[in-house]
Design a protein around this ligand. Sequence first.
Ligand SMILES: *Cc1c(COP(=O)(O)O)cnc(C)c1O
Length: 350
Amino acid sequence: MKAWEKNIRKVVPYTPGEQPKERDVIKLNTNENPYPPSPKVLKAKLELERLRLYPDDKAKILVDALADYHNINADQLFVGVGSDDVLAMSFMTFFNSEKPIFFPDITYSFYDVWADLFKIPYRTKTLNDRFEIVAKDYYEANGGIIFPNPNAPTGLAVDLSFIKDILEHNQDVVVIVDEAYIDFGGMSALSLIHQYENLLIVRTYSKSRSLAGLRIGYAMGNSDLIKVLNDVKYSFNSYTLNYPSIVLAAESIKDDAYFKKTVEKVIHTREWFEKELTRLGFTYPKSSANFVFASHKTVPARKIFEAAKKEKIFVRFFDKPRIDNYLRISIGTDEDMKKLTEFLEKMVMM
Ligand SMILES: *Cc1c(COP(=O)(O)O)cnc(C)c1O
């Protein structure tokens, strides 16, 4: 080993779902929205000559639009380059205790990567055998808590009383609720930020707003939390969001009717698809997200995953303990899901 190698920060990176190069695939592996962004976004006017200048470091038009939409003050809102950026900044800002942070054993697989990257001690808490988060596991002393609601990749949501219970038992640490999928079901904990100054809610444009390619995420919480988050951001990179992203993200917020309509369509398709899964002998936790986490009673998940890929149908398979017989299937258009159902029908009859 070379001497300088001792001083390298070595990390095992997060592996995102595959982004196949071909366009003619049925892509149900990274929970993107099957519908295009709002026509308001598609028709927005960009003055591209402005790219000569640095963008607005405060992303004011976007922060104001989001604050207005959620009925909070601009100083209660932080924006970043996708919620991954917002979450990474939050780990760096809020999780600096010697005590371990807690999150579920089956959850968004980026949490342990950030914890390792920033050398944050952590302990995972085992979901029960129905894949539910157990509140009591989070009563012990810790350095912070994070979980998605609805959880990923299970799709299961907790109710507000559950989140209140976690907050009541954890008033000395920051509690982050990652609401990446909240628009598809479950109750947002946003109203609780007025009551609990240690609660941070994180949202993304990547799923319900059909803008994964734009990279926009945001956090909402007490203005003191937002201030320190901004201090860290400005100590790292002042200009995170670029000019086109700020404009297009603000446009998206103006079209609530379109947003609600597409979210409704995804939920409707999900309900149809869940019935089909049941008919074909699959089981799954009741989903509150834009994906279903399904397991078949006889056909192994890995086999379905590999066969589906040959048919150019991409779903997500996690080769991890407890969940290696499950597939996380994003909800696509009705047409996508009909084709997938026909494929699954053949698989389970073989
Ligand atoms: C997709 C996802 C994110 C990241 O979303 P981006 O905004 O695209 O970075 C964060 N948390 C969970 C639970 C997710 O599923």
